[in-house]
Ligand binder design. Structure first.
Ligand code: GRG
Length: 276
């Protein structure tokens, strides 16, 4: 795992142009958010999936980082006063607190755009793989993925919602980028369709479990802005005990899917166990 984390951290430092032109503040702001301490779960999931097929993980590094760029843009925009209005992110003041709000919006836009450019320029992968990666990323970050999740999250605020609606929101807001990550690994490994579908099921369980564990720790630490904003979570809908059971069941389901795959899933097992 350390080898993959090092690969991610080192390449991330090289990604944003060292430019001294009039827009240098944009690149400074992008690095402020991107290089702050973070778990890097999504790029790790791309590389770990690829590794399960015994492929060279280096071919996946730039595609893997494109998902981290989309994730970082979504955090920057989510923190804005018009959305979740959070003052801190990744252990530091949110981007709009450290820089003007307009620059935070534009930095998010830049990371979103740059993510796709990086895929087009990736080395050692075919044009067909690039098109497939771009198609996957547009799907999971767009109006039937991450953005759908954010729209429902903001429109449900202050409302009583049932578990079905919560699941829709979490599958899109949180699980979608984890699904993109395993799909990236499968595309890069030229995996068969039936194996890819099993990975997608695994990522749904991974993403939902991750979000529910996050809700549980927020409730136990009483620190979340979701609690302050009267947002529904698995804990408010199901209660703490049921939410804990559901998160562990989903984690168990993910492990079961991995065990049935004809691949070396050792590090994937470690990754899903890490989220609890
Ligand atoms: C603005 C389109 C748009 C979407 C925003 C990411 C997001 C959607 C909202 C952030 C708030 C939130 C609770 C999202 C759920 C997923 C989650 C827990 C994100 C944080 O991911 P981590 O823990 O963060 O992987 P690091 O900083 O480690 O990368």
């Amino acid at each position: 795992m350390i080898e993959k984390i090092d690969l991610i951290s080192n390449r991330l430092k090289e990604l944003i142009p060292k430019d001294n032109n009039y827009q240098k503040k944009l690149f400074e702001a992008a690095n402020y958010s991107l290089l702050s301490p973070a778990k890097r779960l999504r790029p790790l999931l791309v590389l770990t999936t690829l590794e399960a097929f015994k492929k060279d993980i280096k071919i996946g590094i730039d595609p893997a980082l494109s998902i981290e760029l989309i994730h970082t843009y979504s955090l920057i925009h989510d923190d804005l006063p018009c959305m979740d209005d959070d003052d801190f992110r990744r252990g530091k003041p949110s981007l709009h607190k450290a820089y003007p709000e307009w620059l935070a919006i534009l930095t998010g836009d830049y990371l979103l755009t740059y993510a796709f450019e990086i895929i087009t320029k990736a080395n050692k992968i075919t044009d067909k793989q690039k098109v497939d990666l771009i198609q996957s990323l547009t799907k999971y970050s767009g109006g039937f993925g991450l953005i759908a999740g954010q729209v429902t999250d903001l429109s449900f605020e202050g409302k009583k919602i049932d578990f079905e609606k919560l699941k829709f929101m979490h599958l899109n807001k949180t699980a979608a980028l984890f699904i993109a990550a395993v799909e990236f690994g499968c595309i890069l490994a030229n995996a068969e369709q039936d194996i890819k579908l099993k990975f997608i099921e695994f990522a749904k369980s991974f993403g939902l479990a991750f979000q529910i564990f996050d809700d549980i720790s927020d409730t136990e630490d009483k620190k979340s802005s979701d609690i302050k904003k009267d947002k529904a979570t698995a804990v408010t809908i199901l209660g703490l005990k049921e939410a804990k059971k559901l998160a562990s069941d989903l984690q168990e389901k993910g492990l079961e899917i991995l065990k049935k795959l004809p691949l070396d899933t050792n590090d994937l097992e470690k990754l899903i166990l890490k989220i609890s």
